[in-house]
Design a protein around this ligand. Structure first.
Ligand SMILES: NC(=O)c1ccc[n+]([C@@H]2O[C@H](COP(=O)([O-])OP(=O)(O)OC[C@H]3O[C@@H](n4cnc5c(N)ncnc54)[C@H](O)[C@@H]3O)[C@@H](O)[C@H]2O)c1
Length: 387
């Protein structure tokens, strides 16, 4: 069978993660890389023997041999790149957030439908095996009726005012930082796992550093390199370091979540707790193979990942036997495998988050920004159907 030829746009943290994960999917060939920094693109491409290295992604889009593209660039680039890729008839897998505004997201959703191509937004965190187990426990009624959903997504890599990244700058990252960057993953997971939808929320956002020391030369995500006063410009910041959101889901489920990029010691702690009328589950991304199951009348359990013990519908998300960890990198493989399988099977229903799910997160982030501005509760529009 002819391999699907794909291209990666962006050569930073995600560019490499995507490239490595693509290489783990059968019948896909990584054929091109586009990166603004040609040296970085060349370094990445050489290591993987990628035949085409481009500095302008539009050159890649003009190549009829390229079937699909991965967009792994800063958020503000997603909309123009995804739009151009859809117009060129490519299948598009875009990093989250899908765009920086709801209007852009809506345009991409309808353009993707018009073009009839596969589209995916990379809410990969859904695809830890234990997250799928939680989803199937909710779906199967094991938790009873869901009363409360709560949690956090906490990191510490932007704690100091010397920490800088393009995400801090609204022009590159969009009007929301913490909520769009990591809060969106949390809300996507909460809705995916419970099957419920957030219908209103009340948010309080905080920018602890009103200025940050912006390096005169660019830094890549999580680079953490030391620098002196001659190396930076004191720059005003208007994107949030932290957000706390109260929300209502379904008919009477209640919840709250915090998202933080300034929590010392918390590296990448997405934690979610779901409390039902029968039992509860809690999961922490920093210990991904473990699921806490809480009971009122018997002892609580720690369920350790083992495909043979997972709910049947969760099993295909675990490739390795019990005792063999599956982590962050593996979630990308799970998304990409399903995305590419759907390209080869046009009638197959997508089993991955689509642009419409990315638009959903833009609507939630937009409601959080509006709620913070107005200091009150805001309704979140009902979603278009996604997966
Ligand atoms: N799904 C996840 O778990 C996850 C994790 C981290 C980041 N992300 C998302 O991935 C995207 C990239 O984030 P990152 O952490 O990799 O950033 P990064 O700074 O490490 O890399 C961004 C790359 O984009 C390149 N770039 C910028 N403008 C470009 C252009 N016009 N053409 C080509 N390349 C360009 C930069 O040179 C850099 O190589 C963001 O949208 C972010 O939200 C997702």
């Amino acid at each position: 069978m002819k391999p699907i030829r794909t291209a990666i746009f962006g050569t930073g943290f995600m560019g490499r993660v995507h490239l490595e994960a693509v290489r783990r999917v059968e019948s896909v060939e990584a054929a091109a890389i586009a990166g603004r920094n040609v040296e970085a693109a060349r370094r990445l491409g050489e290591g993987f023997s990628i035949p085409t290295i481009a500095t302008d992604y539009r050159d890649v889009l003009r190549d009829p041999a390229i079937d699909a593209v991965h967009i792994c660039t800063p958020n503000a680039q997603h909309f123009p790149m995804a739009k151009a890729a859809l117009q060129a008839g490519k299948h598009v897998l875009c990093e989250k957030p899908l765009a920086t505004t709801v209007e852009e997201g809506e345009e991409l959703v309808s353009l993707a439908v018009r073009q009839g191509v596969r589209n995916c937004v990379c809410h990969n965190l859904r695809y830890y095996p234990m997250v799928q187990q939680m989803r199937r426990l909710c779906e199967g009624g094991d938790l009873g009726e869901i009363l409360v959903v709560q949690g956090t997504y906490s990191q510490d890599w932007l704690l100091y005012d010397t920490d800088w990244n393009w995400r801090v700058d609204a022009k590159a990252g969009g009007p929301s930082r913490c909520m769009a960057d990591i809060g969106s993953h949390w809300f996507d997971m909460a809705e995916h796992v419970t099957g419920l939808r957030v219908n209103s929320l009340c948010a309080d956002l905080q920018t602890f550093h009103s200025t940050r020391k912006q390096p005169k030369h660019g830094v890549e995500t999580f680079a953490n390199k030391p620098f002196g006063p001659e190396d930076y410009i004191e720059t005003a910041v208007d994107t949030e370091d932290f957000g706390a959101v109260l929300f209502r889901m379904g008919t009477h489920t209640r919840g709250c979540v915090t998202a933080s990029q300034v929590s010392a010691g918390r590296k990448n702690r997405l934690s979610i707790e779901i409390y039902g009328t029968r039992s509860s589950v809690a999961w922490d991304q920093e210990r991904p193979d473990e699921l806490w199951v809480g009971h009122r009348d018997t002892g609580n359990q720690i369920f350790v990942k083992d495909p043979s013990l997972l709910k049947p519908a969760a099993r295909s998300y675990a490739d390795l036997p019990g005792g063999h960890s599956e982590g962050y990198d593996d979630t990308f493989k799970q998304v990409f495998r399903r995305f590419y399988a759907s390209i080869g099977a046009p009638d197959k229903a997508p089993e991955y988050p689509q642009f419409v799910d990315g638009l959903r997160q833009l609507a939630i982030v937009n409601a959080a920004l509006q709620s913070h501005r107005t200091r009150g509760w805001v309704d979140v529009p009902a979603p278009e159907s996604g997966h």
